[in-house]
Design a protein around this ligand. Structure first.
Ligand code: SF4
Length: 396
């Protein structure tokens, strides 16, 4: 594949993103020597997708490709043919193994709010991470009952990350701290915030867990409304309650809720998501998505599929099922995280990423209620690119 260009157009940027999602990327020594402020450093509130030899380095969390600023994750894989590089003449660039410049590259800037002090000690960055250049990620619970049961989702790196890497995040974010940290972050009007994303692990009781997240979402909505920042969306990623009528607690909050399908194939779901199989099961998950969409309305409910863990046919069936019930499918391309049971599972091929993106793009065309969950800030997600119709513009 020839990508050589100094100014990638949007489709060439998507082609490079697909390459990076498949192969990962590796930083060169000159890159590591020069990367730092004013750029944003990678932080790992949830999992870690990088080769462990690099977790102590200052790395970019993601990159903007081309003038279209297509955003991609930068999962570090030493065997990748793609390089994050730096030279005196070019500055930062993505290159190949020969040091050839493929394209200059830009990175999100480190927001000033990271260093705003909290009243109880520490700073806002101990509670909030800026992802994808525009998403304020608040990971409210740093453990998960499914991990504690020994039945973690097979791709989940919350446990290996939180137990082995240097973590300076609060383990449980209280409502009071969320209010304070969020209010502080929103005073930083130079930070390009597009959305607030609340997620985290599951507490043991699904109903209590859901109520906790719903309470924090209500608090976040109040803080957001008080800030006057009407351009910022509020999102929640949550495991469904046992009592599906609890979704009514989110009515009137104007929040996009993601309840993740993970994989649609029933047999693969049982293998990949053993904890979710025991706590409710796949049928409950599907019932929850339908009920949430009934209660909150089409366009307010989303569901992530991990792209690359099941055949395209079953993924297509799953996306048809979701969109048919008023739920917007999201595809996060699978990345094999160190320390997880799926570490040796290959990332999907470039052709597979293209297929899944093309399927999602078709659904965006067919369903007017669908909008991206990660608009312009999806790193391993390809929903923005599908929404923009970039997959159908790729050369054959
Ligand atoms: S629900 Fe699964 S993916 Fe999410 S934190 Fe728990 S084990 Fe990890």
């Amino acid at each position: 594949m020839t990508l050589l260009s100094t100014e990638l157009d949007a489709t060439a940027a998507l082609r490079l993103k697909m390459q990076i999602l498949h192969h990962g990327i590796v930083p060169t020594r000159p890159f590591l020597d020069h990367y730092g402020a004013p750029y944003l450093e990678k932080r790992r509130a949830y999992g870690n997708a990088d080769d462990l030899a690099f977790v102590g380095d200052s790395l970019p969390q993601e990159a903007y490709l081309g003038p279209a600023r297509i955003i991609t994750s930068l999962n570090i894989r030493p065997a990748s043919p793609w390089r994050l590089d730096w030279s005196e003449e070019e500055g930062f660039f993505v290159g190949d193994v020969h040091g050839t410049v493929v394209t200059p590259v830009d990175f999100p800037r480190r927001p000033a709010f990271y260093d705003y002090p909290m009243s109880s000690g520490g700073t806002v960055k101990n509670l909030i991470t800026l992802y994808g250049g525009g998403s304020l990620g608040i990971f409210v619970y740093g453990r998960c009952a499914l991990v504690d049961m020994g039945k973690a989702c097979q791709y989940c790196s919350i446990e290996p990350n939180r137990s082995k890497t240097d973590i300076d995040f609060a383990n449980v974010v209280s409502e009071a701290k969320l209010r304070e940290a969020l209010a502080l972050a929103l005073t930083d009007t130079a930070a390009p915030i597009k959305q607030i994303m609340i997620n985290g692990g599951n507490f043991p009781d699904p109903d209590k867990s859901f109520r906790y997240y719903a309470r924090l979402v209500r608090a976040a909505r109040e803080v957001l409304d008080e800030s006057g920042r009407e351009d910022i969306e509020l999102h929640l990623i949550v495991y469904p309650p046992s009592d599906l009528e609890l979704f009514a607690e989110l009515k009137g909050i104007d929040v996009g809720v993601a309840i993740n399908t993970e994989v649609y194939d029933a047999e693969i779901f049982r293998k990949i998501c053993p904890g979710k199989t025991v706590v409710g099961g796949q049928r409950h998950l599907h019932d929850a998505l339908c009920r949430a969409a009934e209660i909150l309305g089409p366009g307010h409910v989303y569901s992530i599929l991990v792209g690359g863990l099941e055949p395209q046919e079953s993924m297509d069936t799953g996306m048809e099922f979701l969109s048919g019930y008023g739920v917007t499918p999201i595809i996060n391309v699978f990345h094999a995280d160190p320390g997880t049971p799926l570490y040796s599972h290959p990332e999907p091929s470039i052709e597979r990423i293209r297929e899944m993106g093309t399927s999602l793009e078709r659904l965006f065309r067919e369903h007017s209620f669908m909008t991206p969950f990660y608009m312009s800030c999806g790193r391993n997600s390809i929903d923005t690119e599908a929404y923009l119709g970039l997959f159908s513009r790729l050369p054959a």
